[in-house]
Design a protein around this ligand. Structure first.
Ligand SMILES: Nc1ncnc2c1ncn2[C@@H]1O[C@H](COP(=O)(O)OP(=O)(O)OP(=O)(O)O)[C@@H](O)[C@H]1O
Ligand SMILES: [Mg+2]
Length: 350
């Protein structure tokens, strides 16, 4: 007999989705919560890193202690230093009073260092000491303070790339990466899309005092094929928008923006994270949104997108002189000529 269970309930509060990759995330989260080891959350923007950070705290023996989030990307180096470690009166011009830092405030609980990749090299050294020795000094003080707090950190940049670029200390990385948890992008778990849609429809219908509409099969099918560069946050925003803008007992595909339905190109260049990773994500989204139903040529599509843009830009820098552009690109002049014609770039060659 069928059990009256809700398919959309995970064991982690607020986390919806049953895809096997998410089951792994939930299991890891539960295991991590039982230890006091440092957790490093990775994954694209909007994949649920903050929800998992809170869950690690709430499922841990420290749940009755404080959970303190610090967005390391939002503060300048000196403000972040004083925010994290506190300062003593007179430590710098505006230090009129002693101030307790977030590490001290989190004693017995958890500190969530969000956007850890933005921490300066100098502060990384100080963080390393907190992780290794559980102690630090307030800014302007010589007295060491000992703290007992679990650290959870999150990054939506690849820290190994940051290490290669000399922006992140390798020793700190290994201290942080004791228990890594990777949040997979939504496009890798399309089976979770209907559950998330139902969850957000119910949430926003209730919030707006509206009856709960049913999404049509066509709407779900589009949403499952879209590449979601902004992941669950993006889905959440579109469902909220759809609920606010439509009435009735069904939610049709046209309640969602045209690019989600594959009718308009995804704009390149919006990603919050920047860099090659973000660009690649957007190109994949663009390649998918332009692809037909049964398309299985993503590699070719994305490579063509890049190649066309590259050739067009180099041609324009070389004022359309093909021999010059071919030399710049390091390709044969005949090859360039053929590509110009394949990509219909002829009009751009003046
Ligand atoms: N599996 C999920 N179930 C329900 N809601 C989710 C899920 N994953 C993410 N969300 C929601 O999506 C939004 C973004 O999640 P969150 O802030 O945790 O992302 P993030 O990984 O920290 O992103 P960023 O790197 O941009 O900070 C939040 O409103 C969150 O509640
Ligand atoms: Mg976040």
């Amino acid at each position: 007999m069928a059990m009256a269970t809700s398919q959309s309930q995970s064991k982690i509060a607020g986390m919806i989705g049953n895809a096997p990759v998410m089951q792994d995330v939930y299991a890891l989260t539960q295991r991590a919560a039982q230890s006091s080891a440092t957790v490093l959350l990775t994954g694209e923007t909007g994949t649920g890193k903050e929800l998992i950070a809170r869950a690690v705290h709430e499922l841990s023996p420290r749940a009755s202690g404080p959970f303190i989030r610090v967005n390391c990307g939002a503060l300048s180096e000196s403000l972040l230093e004083s925010e994290l470690f506190g300062h003593v009166k007179g430590a710098f011009t505006n230090a009129f009073e002693n101030r307790t830092g977030r590490f001290e405030a989190a004693h017995g609980g958890t500190v969530f260092l969000d956007e850890i990749n933005s921490v300066s090299y100098k502060l990384q050294v100080k963080l390393l000491r907190v992780l290794q020795e559980h102690e630090f000094e307030r800014v302007g003080d010589t007295k060491s303070i000992e703290v007992d707090c679990r650290i959870v950190a999150a990054t939506n940049r690849d820290l190994l790339d940051e290490i290669d670029e000399d922006r992140f200390r390798e020793d700190l990385y290994y201290r942080l990466n004791v228990l890594p948890i990777y949040l997979p992008p939504l496009r890798d778990r399309p089976e979770d899309v209907p559950l998330l849609v139902d969850f957000f429809i119910a949430t926003y219908a209730a919030k707006n005092g509206k009856p709960t509409p049913q999404p049509t099969a066509e709407a779900i099918s589009f949403l499952q094929r879209y590449a979601w560069p902004g992941n669950v946050r993006e889905l959440q925003n579109y469902v909220e928008r759809a609920i606010v803008l439509t009435d009735g007992d069904t939610l049709d595909a046209d309640a969602f923006p045209p690019h989600v339905r594959g009718l308009a190109p995804v704009r390149i260049g919006r990603a919050k994270t920047g860099g090659a990773e973000a660009l690649c994500r957007e190109l994949v989204a663009l390649g998918l949104s332009e692809a037909g139903d049964a398309a299985n040529d993503l590699h070719e599509r994305v490579v063509s997108l890049v190649e066309k843009e590259l050739i067009s830009q180099v041609l324009s820098t070389c004022q359309g002189v093909q021999t010059k552009a071919a030399t710049r690109l390091g390709i044969n002049r005949n090859t360039l000529h053929k590509k110009i014609s394949d990509y219909h770039l002829d009009a751009e060659v003046r």
